[in-house]
Design a protein. Structure first.
Length: 390
């Protein structure tokens, strides 16, 4: 098959979207499929990348994040699709990328990619303190109506989990198909645990070896609720000896630094591009703590579980979906007091039993990205066959 991804938020300095698309380029090449990415860039151009191709469509920088450019040349995108004649076209965003793919008049199967829930990211984050999530969803029925109209122009809506497919079904989104994400288990493994690295990190936090080491990996953005994580940790640390290391960076670094200021034994480690080092740090910690309730899958939570770490996560979203009472404690999103209680509760449990439960979940419940793309291409082949039959 030839698969074209109209990718509105693909950029060389990007984050999760870039990582996912690069993985798809590689997986497609290994499987014998041709993957082409159409993305906005500074200048027009075409290049081979990871066994596939990227075609850049010139557009102005995105004002709120100048790493990205705006996809606004619909005619040019349609000219590329006319020339390439793909078997499958993916609309990878609910904005111009989705509409440009939807309005193309070719005969390809079309899929709407729903890997981010904007209502969960923003309204749930900012309004969830005063309203229940269900009431927030009702306030934004106009947006769900918008998504419903867009999704009906596609043959299927691709989501990263069964729980999310059920959520979208409730709003009438067209044909949600769950294709669960996975992780690279060669990087996430308890075999990486290093007592000396743990001791070193605790020393950097100003703590002895017998303290508990908590770790988090998070982009610096309001949806990640790092303020809740910091306050929950602060409250818990008044009762038990512990430290918290947070890896990551982002556009709201200034806000995160302000939220972390003055909290003892807490260190912002910044961003590291060394995946081996990050995986070693993760496996060498004792517990993983997470704040975001807006994950559609929860990749870092899955990586923590596969690294042998018991996890403390919100009880909703992709992170909550990965939680299991055998190795996790949950709390209401944004509730620092409940988070504090969950941290203390998980530290009172038998950690070795939870590590064993993590290993079982890593084997039985959490797949790899190879599994994800194999299933994705099977779904696409079925859609193409159905399209031809009609």
């Amino acid at each position: 098959m030839k698969i074209i991804d109209v990718a509105e938020f693909y950029a060389d300095e990007g984050g999760g979207v870039k990582t996912y698309i690069n993985q798809k380029l590689q997986a497609g090449s290994r499987a014998g499929h041709e993957i082409v990415v159409v993305a906005p860039g500074e200048v027009a151009g075409e290049e081979e990348r990871f066994g596939g191709r990227v075609i850049w469509v010139p557009g102005p920088p995105l004002p709120v994040d100048r790493r990205y450019h705006i996809l606004w040349r619909e005619k040019r995108v349609h000219e590329i699709l006319d020339r390439e004649q793909p078997d499958v076209v993916e609309g990878s965003s609910p904005w111009t990328g989705g509409w440009f793919a939807a309005r193309w008049k070719g005969n390809a199967a079309k899929t709407f990619i729903f890997h981010q829930d904007p209502v969960a990211v923003y309204p749930h984050t900012f309004l969830g303190k005063v309203l229940s999530f269900s009431k927030v969803d009702k306030l934004f029925l106009f947006y769900w109506h918008y998504l419903r109209r867009l999704s009906r122009r596609f043959d299927a809506t691709i989501v990263s989990g069964e729980w999310l497919a059920r959520r979208l079904n409730g709003f009438g989104i067209n044909n949600p198909v769950a294709v669960p994400f996975g992780i690279d288990k060669t990087f996430s493994s308890p075999e990486r645990r290093n007592p000396e690295l743990r001791k070193k990190l605790l020393a950097e936090l100003g703590l002895p070896e017998d303290a508990a080491l908590l770790i988090g990996i998070s982009r610096h953005h309001p949806e990640k609720r790092l303020g809740t994580v910091f306050e929950g940790y602060r409250l818990a640390s008044q009762k038990r000896k512990m430290g918290l290391a947070i890896f990551g960076d982002g556009p709201f670094r200034w806000m995160v630094k302000r939220q972390a200021k003055g909290i003892e034994h807490l260190k912002l480690m910044g961003f590291t591009s060394n995946r081996e080092e990050l995986a070693d740090y993760l496996s060498s910690a004792d517990y993983f703590v997470h704040g975001s309730a807006a994950e559609t899958y929860g990749l870092v939570v899955a990586e923590a579980i596969c690294s042998g770490l018991p996890v403390v996560v919100p009880d909703v979203g992709g992170a909550g979906d990965l939680a299991n009472s055998a190795y996790s404690e949950t709390y209401s999103p944004g509730n620092a007091e409940q988070l504090s209680e969950a941290i203390l509760k998980i530290m009172d449990r038998d950690r070795e039993q939870m590590v064993t439960a993590c290993a079982k979940a890593a084997k039985d419940s959490i797949g790899t990205m190879d599994d994800h793309f194999r299933l994705l291409f099977e779904v696409y082949q079925k859609l193409v066959d159905e399209k031809k039959a009609r």
